[in-house]
Design a protein around this ligand. Structure first.
Ligand SMILES: Nc1nc2c(ncn2[C@@H]2O[C@H](COP(=O)(O)OP(=O)(O)OP(=O)(O)O)[C@@H](O)[C@H]2O)c(=O)[nH]1
Ligand SMILES: [Mg+2]
Length: 457
């Protein structure tokens, strides 16, 4: 991509709308706009101050006919999206006026922009870093309010600041170590070594925590699946219905009612969930039912969270214990249903480390507590202290790589290995962190990132 060209694109989606925007950026943006614009008061884009809006017409170069009636805004470098001269022409939002205006600017010397090229220029000109550029796509594509919030935080530089301050700490450690490379006869004293390695370990801890926020952020972006499992007749379908407040699944007093996995969407505090009601798990010779049971077991494997349900009035059976065994090392909640009736479950048989919620799917009692517990389970590890979350797999992989290099650096310090080795690992950590903000990113990766953008962004 040639950064010297003046680029142009229709920045609004195709189709009909009240307004459509043609955006120009580059050295000739204002000149090109002046050549095709005509104001009733004689004002020219070339003569106005930055951040002015002009009313007028886009005309053909011969100034003989009007193409569209527009509002045209002028933003002069460096106070613009790209840090270059930018002109945005607010046209009527139909494809014909927009295409005509686009063609005119192209005829006057502008080149059609590649996808994401405006944002690419903002990145190349240092207005935003790579993580902020990526946040603009996330913001455009956000499907829930929480993912929108995460994207706008990243766009405003929260992640960039965190990465920069971590890099500064590592650079300090690195400077300390590198000072000794030139004086191999001098030894780091034990105290300094301990200080440096504990500083390094502190950074490792922070980076690990940051990396672990990826899963939680993914939940907001993509939603998560919750499987309700249990023996037949414990009230799984009744719970699904109670959660979504609709009679979606068939409920009967006969065990083995549900045969197929039924999926419904639910939103808890902006957290999008896909709730799956499954067939009751038991030994059966009925073909359809045993296929249902097989699917229930598969649903457990695919779920981000499992609600294991038991009837509070019945003693736990072997099947219940094998369900408990299955969910032991997964994110799960024990749901004791039919709490409106008398209790007989030996709750002390349920492992203490599993959270238990008592509900009545029939009366709705305890459903709110269950929703709270679902949230608490998902966010068990807690959001990192300063609220920065990783939403992008590329960032997570770079962080994980940084943690590995930094751990090797820490070991090298502790074991008194040659300073060159420690310095090498520290430099590698810095490079990996640099990838996140785009300081040490290959052209290949940049191309891949910006090609995901829409044209005009
Ligand atoms: N008293 C009482 N009855 C309930 C409660 N929840 C469900 N039931 C009843 O228990 C029976 C079974 O409920 P379902 O929701 O069909 O149970 P299920 O676990 O989906 O059963 P399968 O699909 O056969 O695995 C029905 O008669 C429900 O009305 C509850 O909280 N209290
Ligand atoms: Mg059912």
């Amino acid at each position: 991509m040639n950064l010297e060209d003046t680029i142009v694109a229709i920045s609004t989606p195709s189709g009909e709308g009240g307004i459509g925007i043609v955006r120009l950026s580059g050295k000739n943006a204002i000149n090109i706009a002046s050549g095709i614009f005509c104001s009733p008061t004689g004002k020219s884009p070339a003569k106005v101050r930055s951040h002015s809006i002009l009313y007028g017409y886009i005309t053909n170069p011969e100034k003989t006919s009007h193409i569209d009636e527009v509002l045209l805004s002028v933003m002069r470098a460096p106070h613009s999206y790209t840090r270059e001269d930018v002109v945005e022409i607010n046209c009527h939002g139909g494809m014909l006026p927009l295409r005509k205006v686009l063609e005119l600017t192209a005829r006057e010397g502008a080149r059609l922009a590649e996808p994401g090229e405006f944002t690419f220029r903002a990145f190349m000109n240092g207005r935003i870093d790579l993580s902020q550029a990526e946040a603009t796509i996330d913001l455009i594509r956000a499907k829930t309010d929480r993912s929108r919030r995460l994207a706008i935080e990243q766009l405003s530089g929260a992640l960039s600041e965190k990465i920069t301050s971590t890099k500064n700490t590592i650079m300090d450690i690195c400077a300390h170590i590198e000072a000794y490379i030139d004086f191999p006869e001098e030894e780091l004293d034990l105290q300094t070594r301990t200080d440096l390695s504990s500083k390094t370990d502190e950074v490792i801890l922070q980076l690990r925590k940051l990396s672990s926020t990826y899963d939680e952020a993914r939940f907001f972006r993509e939603g998560l699946s919750v499987a309700i499992i249990g023996r037949p007749n414990v009230g799984k379908s009744s719970l699904l219905n109670a959660l979504i407040e609709k009679e979606r699944a068939i409920v009967t007093e006969l065990p083995g009612t549900t045969r197929d996995v039924i999926e419904e969407c639910l939103n808890i505090n902006g957290l999008p969930l896909r709730i799956m009601d499954t067939a009751g798990i038991r030994e059966t010779h009925n073909l359809a039912e045993s296929e249902g049971v097989r699917r229930s077991l598969m649903a457990i494997d695919g779920a981000d969270l499992v609600l294991a349900m038991f009837d509070i009035n019945l003693p736990l059976k072997d099947e219940d214990f094998s369900i408990i065994e299955k969910i032991r090392d997964r994110k799960s909640i024990i749901v004791l249903n039919k709490a409106d009736l008398s209790h007989s479950v030996e709750e002390d048989l349920i492992p203490e480390d599993l959270p238990i919620v008592r509900i009545s799917a029939k009366t709705g009692a305890g459903i709110d507590s269950l929703k709270k517990e679902v949230e608490a389970r998902i966010f068990k590890s807690g959001v990192s202290s300063d609220g920065v979350m990783i939403t992008n797999l590329r960032h997570k992989l770079a962080l994980d790589h940084a943690v590995k290099s930094l751990s090797r650096a820490s070991d090298a310090i502790k074991n008194g290995m040659p300073y060159e080795i420690t310095a090498f690992e520290l430099r590698d950590t810095l490079d990996r962190l640099g990838e996140i903000v785009g300081e040490t990113t290959t052209e290949d990766i940049l191309n891949r990132i910006f090609s995901q953008f829409c044209i005009g962004k």
